[in-house]
Ligand binder design. Structure first.
Ligand code: ISE
Length: 350
């Protein structure tokens, strides 16, 4: 006789681009999980996302969904400043949680989340820093760790989006976009960020009125590796995220466009993905499958709330650097609690 484990019953909170993508992913690609609820105050958006998940109910808020159906796990895909309001009740109920980045949009809120989580028996929150599941990032991390080409001296990171919505503010360059590099740079370099500085070159006149971008965000790590991040979010042509790593005796690059190269009419071209959904599609799939598998085992398998907290400390310093033009040192309030060292909490790539 074979026994089958019941699917993880997942609520997806936030049915915007990312939330809708996760609903469709769980339904069509991921095994061991079913979307049972889609939560969004915008009923048209909730309905549209739920249409891809047979049997899922829709609800205007998380409480309504909790009251209406049995839920084991939640994916939080609302804007970052709304995460805490879902994280706290989800922790209270002991749900498995995949929280899209950022954990929260400021350090104080991240601390409150850490405190609430540490009242439980083990970490429940995995943070959606999906770049850690991208093969290029993992290869680069392994190359740095191997020491084969000497020390890592510098990283040139380009982070380019086609356009931004009207709600996108200057702070979001750091809190919503560079937050990915704020997590990825320590992941690649194997050491924490200790200082941030922001430089503002000539403004792109194609950016929405009032948005001062592109910007260069300089992240320094403990041993002096410098990552220079070009955040450039109205490039019009598509989505591009590349990293060039400079070692003592070599240079490595990830993220260049690959695939079919068509040469015709005196031109040669490779397609550029339109958005992050396509560029990081495989990484999102791996991340969600590993989170579901880990939830069945009662653990997480990826960046934890501690990683989310570290990123929010750096991001808070980054916003100060952006406002003042100064180099701002990062002050982590505490060492990593042993709670986050539990065996079974695996860092991807390890
Ligand atoms: C968006 O929220 C993401 O997470 C994307 O990966 C990033 O490239 C974009 O700039 C953000 O707004």
């Amino acid at each position: 006789m074979t026994t089958t484990t019941p699917d993880l019953r997942v609520a997806v909170v936030g049915a915007g681009m990312m939330g809708a993508d996760h609903v469709a992913r769980i339904t069509s690609t991921i095994s061991g999980a079913t979307v049972v609820a889609v939560v969004d105050p915008d009923t048209a958006r909730a309905d549209a996302a739920a249409a891809t998940a047979p049997g899922a109910i829709t609800a205007a808020d998380f409480d309504e969904a909790l009251a209406a159906t049995e839920i084991d796990a939640v994916i939080i895909a609302t804007p970052g400043f709304l995460h805490e309001a879902v994280l706290l009740p989800a922790l209270d109920r002991g749900l498995a949680i995949l929280c899209e980045k950022p954990l929260t949009t400021d350090e104080a809120a991240s601390l409150r989340v850490l405190e609430a989580e540490q009242k439980l028996d083990r970490p429940h929150i995995q943070v959606g820093f999906m770049r850690r599941f991208d093969q290029g990032y993992r290869d680069l991390r392994a190359l740095v760790a191997s020491g084969e080409h000497g020390a890592l001296l510098a990283l040139h990171c380009a982070h380019r989006n086609a356009t931004t919505p009207p709600s996108y503010s200057e702070e979001m360059l750091i809190l919503d976009s560079v937050i990915h590099e704020i997590d990825a740079v320590p992941f690649i370099a194997g050491e924490p960020i200790v200082a941030v500085e922001v430089k503002k070159p000539r403004r792109n006149s194609l950016a929405p009125e009032g948005l001062r971008e592109p910007q260069f965000v300089i992240l320094e790590t403990e041993s002096g590796t410098m990552a220079i991040v070009e955040i450039n979010v109205n490039v019009q042509f598509g989505y591009q995220v590349t990293t060039d790593a400079v070692f003592e005796s070599g240079v490595a690059s990830i993220g260049r466009e690959t695939g079919l190269q068509l040469t015709t009419a005196a031109r040669s071209a490779v397609a550029v993905p339109p958005t992050f959904k396509e560029r990081f599609g495989a990484a999102y799939d791996t991340q969600v499958q590993r989170w579901v598998d880990a939830a069945h085992r009662g653990t997480i398998d990826g960046p934890s709330a501690w990683d989310g907290y570290l990123a929010s400390v750096v991001a808070t310093a980054g916003v100060e650097a952006q406002k003042t033009g100064r180099r701002v040192e990062v002050d982590y309030a505490m060492p990593k609690p042993s709670f986050y060292d539990l065996p079974g909490v695996v860092s991807p790539g390890e």
